[in-house]
Design a protein around this ligand. Structure first.
Ligand code: NDP
Ligand code: GDR
Length: 345
Protein backbone atom coordinates (compact mmCIF):
# COMPACT_ATOMS: atom_id res chain seq x y z
CA UNK A 1 0.00 0.00 0.00
CA UNK A 2 1.23 3.53 -0.78
CA UNK A 3 2.71 5.58 2.03
CA UNK A 4 0.77 8.74 2.89
CA UNK A 5 2.47 12.11 3.40
CA UNK A 6 0.92 15.31 4.70
CA UNK A 7 2.80 18.48 3.69
CA UNK A 8 2.20 21.91 5.22
CA UNK A 9 3.51 24.76 3.07
CA UNK A 10 2.46 22.89 -0.11
CA UNK A 11 2.05 26.20 -2.01
CA UNK A 12 5.63 27.25 -1.25
CA UNK A 13 8.89 26.59 -3.07
CA UNK A 14 9.87 23.49 -1.07
CA UNK A 15 6.33 22.13 -0.87
CA UNK A 16 6.06 21.88 -4.64
CA UNK A 17 9.45 20.13 -5.06
CA UNK A 18 8.79 17.78 -2.15
CA UNK A 19 5.34 16.88 -3.49
CA UNK A 20 6.87 16.02 -6.88
CA UNK A 21 9.59 13.94 -5.22
CA UNK A 22 7.18 11.98 -3.02
CA UNK A 23 4.69 11.39 -5.86
CA UNK A 24 7.57 9.98 -7.93
CA UNK A 25 8.33 7.62 -5.00
CA UNK A 26 4.75 6.32 -5.13
CA UNK A 27 3.37 8.25 -2.14
CA UNK A 28 -0.17 9.55 -1.75
CA UNK A 29 0.46 13.23 -1.07
CA UNK A 30 -1.88 15.50 0.88
CA UNK A 31 -1.23 19.24 1.01
CA UNK A 32 -2.53 21.45 3.82
CA UNK A 33 -3.89 24.70 2.42
CA UNK A 34 -5.35 27.66 4.24
CA UNK A 35 -7.85 30.36 3.37
CA UNK A 36 -11.12 30.00 1.54
CA UNK A 37 -9.51 30.61 -1.85
CA UNK A 38 -5.72 30.52 -1.78
CA UNK A 39 -4.27 32.21 -4.91
CA UNK A 40 -0.95 30.43 -4.39
CA UNK A 41 -2.53 27.05 -5.17
CA UNK A 42 -1.58 27.86 -8.78
CA UNK A 43 1.97 26.96 -7.76
CA UNK A 44 1.03 23.28 -7.55
CA UNK A 45 -1.62 23.37 -10.28
CA UNK A 46 0.57 21.13 -12.47
CA UNK A 47 0.23 18.42 -9.80
CA UNK A 48 -3.45 19.08 -9.12
CA UNK A 49 -4.65 15.76 -10.53
CA UNK A 50 -2.33 13.81 -8.21
CA UNK A 51 -2.37 15.94 -5.06
CA UNK A 52 -5.11 15.89 -2.45
CA UNK A 53 -5.81 19.04 -0.44
CA UNK A 54 -6.94 19.35 3.17
CA UNK A 55 -7.95 22.59 4.86
CA UNK A 56 -5.95 23.79 7.82
CA UNK A 57 -3.83 26.53 9.28
CA UNK A 58 -0.84 26.39 11.62
CA UNK A 59 -2.61 29.08 13.67
CA UNK A 60 -5.55 26.76 14.37
CA UNK A 61 -5.02 23.71 16.60
CA UNK A 62 -8.34 22.04 15.83
CA UNK A 63 -7.79 22.21 12.08
CA UNK A 64 -4.46 20.41 12.46
CA UNK A 65 -5.95 17.64 14.60
CA UNK A 66 -8.68 17.19 11.97
CA UNK A 67 -6.17 17.18 9.13
CA UNK A 68 -3.91 14.57 10.75
CA UNK A 69 -6.91 12.47 11.81
CA UNK A 70 -8.48 12.50 8.35
CA UNK A 71 -5.26 11.89 6.38
CA UNK A 72 -3.77 9.28 8.79
CA UNK A 73 -0.32 10.06 7.39
CA UNK A 74 2.81 7.96 7.70
CA UNK A 75 4.88 11.13 7.39
CA UNK A 76 4.19 14.80 8.14
CA UNK A 77 6.46 17.46 6.62
CA UNK A 78 5.97 20.79 8.40
CA UNK A 79 7.19 23.30 5.80
CA UNK A 80 4.54 25.95 6.49
CA UNK A 81 5.96 29.23 7.82
CA UNK A 82 6.29 32.94 7.22
CA UNK A 83 9.69 32.53 5.65
CA UNK A 84 10.80 36.06 4.72
CA UNK A 85 13.16 37.19 7.49
CA UNK A 86 12.54 41.01 7.24
CA UNK A 87 8.83 40.46 7.80
CA UNK A 88 9.67 39.09 11.22
CA UNK A 89 10.72 42.54 12.46
CA UNK A 90 7.46 44.05 11.20
CA UNK A 91 5.09 41.34 12.46
CA UNK A 92 7.11 39.59 15.13
CA UNK A 93 4.17 38.18 17.03
CA UNK A 94 2.49 36.74 13.95
CA UNK A 95 5.76 35.16 12.80
CA UNK A 96 6.23 33.64 16.26
CA UNK A 97 2.66 32.31 16.25
CA UNK A 98 3.11 30.56 12.89
CA UNK A 99 6.80 29.59 12.96
CA UNK A 100 7.15 28.67 16.65
CA UNK A 101 3.71 27.94 18.17
CA UNK A 102 2.65 26.44 14.80
CA UNK A 103 5.27 23.70 15.23
CA UNK A 104 3.98 22.95 18.72
CA UNK A 105 0.42 22.79 17.37
CA UNK A 106 1.39 20.27 14.68
CA UNK A 107 3.32 18.14 17.19
CA UNK A 108 0.30 18.26 19.50
CA UNK A 109 -1.98 17.20 16.63
CA UNK A 110 0.23 14.17 15.97
CA UNK A 111 0.49 13.39 19.69
CA UNK A 112 -3.28 13.56 20.17
CA UNK A 113 -4.14 11.52 17.07
CA UNK A 114 -1.45 8.94 18.01
CA UNK A 115 -2.73 8.72 21.60
CA UNK A 116 0.65 9.58 23.14
CA UNK A 117 0.88 11.08 26.63
CA UNK A 118 3.49 11.50 29.38
CA UNK A 119 2.40 8.09 30.68
CA UNK A 120 2.11 6.55 27.26
CA UNK A 121 5.21 7.39 25.27
CA UNK A 122 5.99 5.50 22.06
CA UNK A 123 8.49 2.71 22.65
CA UNK A 124 9.54 2.03 19.05
CA UNK A 125 9.61 3.95 15.78
CA UNK A 126 7.53 1.38 13.94
CA UNK A 127 3.95 2.37 13.15
CA UNK A 128 4.49 5.95 14.30
CA UNK A 129 3.64 9.09 12.36
CA UNK A 130 7.06 10.49 11.40
CA UNK A 131 7.45 14.27 11.70
CA UNK A 132 9.82 16.57 9.79
CA UNK A 133 10.37 20.16 10.99
CA UNK A 134 11.77 22.74 8.54
CA UNK A 135 14.43 24.27 10.75
CA UNK A 136 16.81 26.89 9.44
CA UNK A 137 20.42 28.05 9.42
CA UNK A 138 18.99 31.39 10.65
CA UNK A 139 19.00 29.75 14.11
CA UNK A 140 22.82 29.94 14.04
CA UNK A 141 22.72 33.66 13.24
CA UNK A 142 25.88 35.25 14.58
CA UNK A 143 27.52 31.87 15.04
CA UNK A 144 30.66 31.43 17.08
CA UNK A 145 32.07 28.91 14.57
CA UNK A 146 32.12 28.46 10.81
CA UNK A 147 31.15 26.11 9.26
CA UNK A 148 28.08 25.44 11.36
CA UNK A 149 27.10 21.91 12.35
CA UNK A 150 24.39 20.26 14.45
CA UNK A 151 26.18 21.12 17.72
CA UNK A 152 26.95 24.80 16.93
CA UNK A 153 25.39 27.15 19.50
CA UNK A 154 22.43 29.23 18.33
CA UNK A 155 22.56 33.03 18.26
CA UNK A 156 19.51 34.05 16.21
CA UNK A 157 19.54 37.60 14.82
CA UNK A 158 15.85 38.03 13.98
CA UNK A 159 12.45 37.13 15.43
CA UNK A 160 12.29 34.62 12.55
CA UNK A 161 15.51 32.93 13.71
CA UNK A 162 14.36 32.91 17.33
CA UNK A 163 11.00 31.36 16.36
CA UNK A 164 12.76 28.67 14.30
CA UNK A 165 15.01 27.91 17.29
CA UNK A 166 11.88 27.28 19.39
CA UNK A 167 10.55 24.99 16.64
CA UNK A 168 13.83 23.07 16.67
CA UNK A 169 13.89 22.64 20.44
CA UNK A 170 10.23 21.65 20.76
CA UNK A 171 10.71 19.05 18.01
CA UNK A 172 13.61 17.55 19.96
CA UNK A 173 11.60 17.79 23.15
CA UNK A 174 8.68 15.79 21.74
CA UNK A 175 11.18 13.18 20.57
CA UNK A 176 12.59 12.95 24.09
CA UNK A 177 9.32 13.38 26.05
CA UNK A 178 6.97 11.18 24.03
CA UNK A 179 9.36 8.96 22.05
CA UNK A 180 7.99 10.60 18.90
CA UNK A 181 9.79 10.04 15.62
CA UNK A 182 10.61 13.72 15.11
CA UNK A 183 13.31 15.16 12.85
CA UNK A 184 14.74 18.65 12.62
CA UNK A 185 16.25 19.45 9.21
CA UNK A 186 18.59 22.41 9.75
CA UNK A 187 18.62 23.63 6.17
CA UNK A 188 20.76 26.40 4.75
CA UNK A 189 19.46 28.73 2.02
CA UNK A 190 18.09 26.89 -0.98
CA UNK A 191 16.79 28.46 -4.13
CA UNK A 192 15.23 27.58 -7.47
CA UNK A 193 13.22 29.11 -10.31
CA UNK A 194 10.24 28.72 -7.92
CA UNK A 195 11.80 30.89 -5.19
CA UNK A 196 9.68 33.84 -4.04
CA UNK A 197 10.69 37.11 -5.71
CA UNK A 198 11.34 38.79 -2.32
CA UNK A 199 14.42 36.62 -1.64
CA UNK A 200 17.71 37.97 -2.87
CA UNK A 201 18.67 35.35 -5.47
CA UNK A 202 15.33 35.50 -7.26
CA UNK A 203 15.17 39.27 -6.91
CA UNK A 204 18.51 39.37 -8.72
CA UNK A 205 17.65 36.86 -11.46
CA UNK A 206 14.28 38.47 -12.18
CA UNK A 207 15.92 41.89 -12.40
CA UNK A 208 18.67 40.56 -14.68
CA UNK A 209 16.03 39.12 -17.01
CA UNK A 210 14.03 42.37 -17.02
CA UNK A 211 17.13 44.48 -17.59
CA UNK A 212 18.28 42.20 -20.42
CA UNK A 213 14.85 42.47 -22.03
CA UNK A 214 14.86 46.27 -21.67
CA UNK A 215 12.03 46.39 -19.11
CA UNK A 216 14.02 47.71 -16.13
CA UNK A 217 17.28 49.55 -15.63
CA UNK A 218 18.33 49.39 -11.97
CA UNK A 219 18.33 46.84 -9.18
CA UNK A 220 18.27 48.11 -5.57
CA UNK A 221 19.92 45.84 -3.01
CA UNK A 222 21.00 46.02 0.64
CA UNK A 223 24.08 44.33 2.07
CA UNK A 224 26.25 42.93 -0.74
CA UNK A 225 28.82 41.49 1.69
CA UNK A 226 26.57 38.93 3.39
CA UNK A 227 27.86 35.39 2.84
CA UNK A 228 25.46 32.50 2.36
CA UNK A 229 25.65 28.80 1.56
CA UNK A 230 23.19 28.59 -1.33
CA UNK A 231 21.96 25.25 -2.69
CA UNK A 232 19.22 24.00 -5.00
CA UNK A 233 15.79 23.30 -3.46
CA UNK A 234 15.35 20.16 -5.60
CA UNK A 235 18.44 18.65 -3.95
CA UNK A 236 17.30 19.61 -0.44
CA UNK A 237 13.86 17.96 -0.57
CA UNK A 238 15.62 14.64 -1.25
CA UNK A 239 17.41 15.14 2.07
CA UNK A 240 14.09 15.83 3.87
CA UNK A 241 12.69 12.51 2.65
CA UNK A 242 15.86 10.57 3.50
CA UNK A 243 15.79 11.97 7.06
CA UNK A 244 12.43 10.29 7.67
CA UNK A 245 13.63 6.90 6.36
CA UNK A 246 16.21 6.36 9.14
CA UNK A 247 15.73 3.99 12.11
CA UNK A 248 15.29 6.97 14.52
CA UNK A 249 14.55 10.69 14.41
CA UNK A 250 17.54 13.04 14.66
CA UNK A 251 18.83 16.51 13.67
CA UNK A 252 20.72 17.11 10.42
CA UNK A 253 22.47 20.12 8.88
CA UNK A 254 21.98 20.40 5.10
CA UNK A 255 24.03 22.69 2.88
CA UNK A 256 26.69 22.65 0.19
CA UNK A 257 29.69 23.61 2.35
CA UNK A 258 30.50 26.51 0.00
CA UNK A 259 29.77 30.13 0.76
CA UNK A 260 29.39 33.07 -1.62
CA UNK A 261 28.58 36.73 -1.13
CA UNK A 262 25.49 38.52 -2.42
CA UNK A 263 27.95 40.45 -4.63
CA UNK A 264 29.13 37.17 -6.23
CA UNK A 265 25.51 36.14 -6.84
CA UNK A 266 24.99 39.46 -8.62
CA UNK A 267 28.17 39.03 -10.69
CA UNK A 268 27.35 35.49 -11.83
CA UNK A 269 23.79 36.46 -12.82
CA UNK A 270 24.72 39.60 -14.77
CA UNK A 271 27.74 37.87 -16.41
CA UNK A 272 25.45 35.13 -17.68
CA UNK A 273 23.66 37.63 -19.94
CA UNK A 274 26.82 39.64 -20.76
CA UNK A 275 25.90 42.65 -18.63
CA UNK A 276 28.10 44.54 -16.16
CA UNK A 277 26.36 44.63 -12.77
CA UNK A 278 28.11 47.90 -11.84
CA UNK A 279 26.01 49.66 -14.50
CA UNK A 280 22.75 48.61 -12.83
CA UNK A 281 23.03 47.82 -9.09
CA UNK A 282 22.34 50.56 -6.53
CA UNK A 283 22.50 50.26 -2.74
CA UNK A 284 19.38 51.10 -0.77
CA UNK A 285 20.10 51.48 2.97
CA UNK A 286 16.45 50.68 3.74
CA UNK A 287 17.15 47.12 2.59
CA UNK A 288 19.94 46.66 5.15
CA UNK A 289 18.67 44.62 8.11
CA UNK A 290 18.63 45.87 11.72
CA UNK A 291 20.66 42.82 12.76
CA UNK A 292 22.33 40.96 9.90
CA UNK A 293 23.52 37.38 9.66
CA UNK A 294 26.89 38.01 8.01
CA UNK A 295 28.18 34.51 7.38
CA UNK A 296 26.62 31.08 7.02
CA UNK A 297 28.30 27.94 5.77
CA UNK A 298 27.19 24.35 6.42
CA UNK A 299 29.12 21.38 7.64
CA UNK A 300 26.73 18.68 6.47
CA UNK A 301 29.12 15.76 6.95
CA UNK A 302 26.67 14.01 9.32
CA UNK A 303 23.94 14.03 6.65
CA UNK A 304 26.38 12.98 3.94
CA UNK A 305 27.60 10.02 6.01
CA UNK A 306 24.29 8.93 7.59
CA UNK A 307 21.85 9.67 4.78
CA UNK A 308 24.22 9.23 1.83
CA UNK A 309 22.99 12.65 0.64
CA UNK A 310 24.95 15.12 -1.42
CA UNK A 311 23.96 18.15 -3.47
CA UNK A 312 24.11 17.94 -7.26
CA UNK A 313 23.70 21.58 -8.35
CA UNK A 314 26.49 24.06 -7.57
CA UNK A 315 26.20 27.80 -6.94
CA UNK A 316 27.07 28.94 -10.48
CA UNK A 317 24.77 26.32 -12.03
CA UNK A 318 21.96 27.39 -9.71
CA UNK A 319 22.21 31.11 -10.51
CA UNK A 320 22.40 30.43 -14.25
CA UNK A 321 19.41 28.05 -14.06
CA UNK A 322 17.39 30.80 -12.37
CA UNK A 323 18.42 33.48 -14.87
CA UNK A 324 17.53 31.21 -17.82
CA UNK A 325 14.17 30.42 -16.25
CA UNK A 326 13.46 34.10 -15.57
CA UNK A 327 14.31 35.12 -19.13
CA UNK A 328 11.46 32.83 -20.24
CA UNK A 329 9.23 33.81 -17.35
CA UNK A 330 9.57 37.57 -17.91
CA UNK A 331 8.90 37.15 -21.63
CA UNK A 332 5.73 35.24 -20.72
CA UNK A 333 4.83 37.81 -18.04
CA UNK A 334 4.50 40.36 -20.82
CA UNK A 335 2.03 38.02 -22.52
CA UNK A 336 0.08 36.97 -19.35
CA UNK A 337 0.33 40.32 -17.57
CA UNK A 338 1.04 38.48 -14.29
CA UNK A 339 4.27 36.99 -12.96
CA UNK A 340 2.56 34.26 -10.94
CA UNK A 341 0.73 32.89 -13.97
CA UNK A 342 3.88 33.14 -16.10
CA UNK A 343 6.18 31.41 -13.60
CA UNK A 344 7.86 28.06 -14.23
CA UNK A 345 5.91 26.02 -11.71
P1 NDP B 1 7.80 29.64 1.12
O1 NDP B 1 7.74 31.01 1.69
O2 NDP B 1 7.98 29.46 -0.34
O3 NDP B 1 6.48 28.84 1.55
C1 NDP B 1 5.92 29.00 2.83
C2 NDP B 1 4.66 28.16 2.91
O4 NDP B 1 4.13 28.30 4.24
C3 NDP B 1 3.56 28.58 1.94
O5 NDP B 1 3.01 27.42 1.36
C4 NDP B 1 2.53 29.24 2.85
O6 NDP B 1 1.21 29.03 2.40
C5 NDP B 1 2.71 28.43 4.14
N1 NDP B 1 2.15 29.11 5.30
C6 NDP B 1 2.34 30.39 5.70
N2 NDP B 1 1.59 30.65 6.79
C7 NDP B 1 0.92 29.51 7.09
C8 NDP B 1 -0.01 29.15 8.10
N3 NDP B 1 -0.44 30.02 9.02
N4 NDP B 1 -0.51 27.89 8.10
C9 NDP B 1 -0.12 27.01 7.15
N5 NDP B 1 0.76 27.29 6.17
C10 NDP B 1 1.28 28.53 6.14
O7 NDP B 1 8.97 28.88 1.93
P2 NDP B 1 10.00 27.75 1.42
O8 NDP B 1 9.29 26.74 0.63
O9 NDP B 1 11.21 28.40 0.87
O10 NDP B 1 10.45 27.13 2.83
C11 NDP B 1 9.77 26.03 3.41
C12 NDP B 1 10.08 25.98 4.88
O11 NDP B 1 11.49 25.81 5.08
C13 NDP B 1 9.71 27.23 5.68
O12 NDP B 1 9.32 26.77 6.96
C14 NDP B 1 11.00 28.00 5.79
O13 NDP B 1 11.00 28.82 6.93
C15 NDP B 1 11.99 26.85 5.91
N6 NDP B 1 13.33 27.11 5.42
C16 NDP B 1 13.53 27.56 4.14
C17 NDP B 1 14.79 27.71 3.63
C18 NDP B 1 15.02 28.19 2.24
O14 NDP B 1 16.17 28.62 1.97
N7 NDP B 1 14.05 28.13 1.35
C19 NDP B 1 15.98 27.38 4.47
C20 NDP B 1 15.65 26.89 5.79
C21 NDP B 1 14.37 26.75 6.24
P3 NDP B 1 0.21 30.18 1.85
O15 NDP B 1 0.20 29.99 0.37
O16 NDP B 1 -1.07 29.82 2.49
O17 NDP B 1 0.77 31.50 2.30
P1 GDR C 1 17.68 34.86 4.16
O1 GDR C 1 17.40 35.05 2.59
O2 GDR C 1 17.33 36.05 4.95
O3 GDR C 1 19.08 34.32 4.29
O4 GDR C 1 16.61 33.74 4.55
P2 GDR C 1 17.34 36.36 1.68
O5 GDR C 1 17.49 35.87 0.29
O6 GDR C 1 16.15 37.20 2.00
O7 GDR C 1 18.65 37.21 2.12
C1 GDR C 1 19.95 36.69 1.92
C2 GDR C 1 20.97 37.78 2.19
O8 GDR C 1 20.90 38.75 1.15
C3 GDR C 1 20.99 40.05 1.74
N1 GDR C 1 20.37 41.04 0.85
C4 GDR C 1 19.07 41.05 0.49
N2 GDR C 1 18.06 40.21 0.78
C5 GDR C 1 16.85 40.48 0.22
N3 GDR C 1 15.84 39.63 0.46
N4 GDR C 1 16.63 41.58 -0.57
C6 GDR C 1 17.63 42.46 -0.87
O9 GDR C 1 17.42 43.42 -1.59
C7 GDR C 1 18.92 42.19 -0.32
N5 GDR C 1 20.13 42.81 -0.42
C8 GDR C 1 20.99 42.10 0.30
C9 GDR C 1 20.26 39.90 3.07
O10 GDR C 1 20.59 40.97 3.94
C10 GDR C 1 20.78 38.53 3.51
O11 GDR C 1 22.01 38.67 4.16
C11 GDR C 1 16.32 32.64 3.71
C12 GDR C 1 14.83 32.32 3.89
O12 GDR C 1 14.47 31.34 2.96
C13 GDR C 1 14.56 31.80 5.29
O13 GDR C 1 13.22 31.36 5.38
C14 GDR C 1 15.51 30.64 5.56
O14 GDR C 1 15.30 30.12 6.85
C15 GDR C 1 16.95 31.07 5.39
O15 GDR C 1 17.12 31.54 4.05
C16 GDR C 1 17.95 29.94 5.61
Amino acid sequence: MSKRALITGITGQDGSYLAEHLLAQGYRVFGLTRGQSNPRKVRVSRLASELEFVDGDLMDQGSLVSAVDSVQPDEVYNLGAISFVPMSWQQAELVTEVNAAGVLRMLEAIRIVSGLSPNRAAQTASGQIRFYQASSSEMFGKAAETPQRETTLFHPRSPYGAAKAYGHYITRNYRESFGMYAVSGMLFNHESPRRGSEFVTRKITLAVARIKLGLQDTLALGNLDALRDWGFAGDYVRAMHLMLQQPDGDDYVIGTGEMHSVREAVEVAFDHVDLDWRDHVVIDQDLVRPAEVEILCADSSKAQETLGWKPEVDFGGLMRMMVDSDLECVAREEEYGDLMAAANW
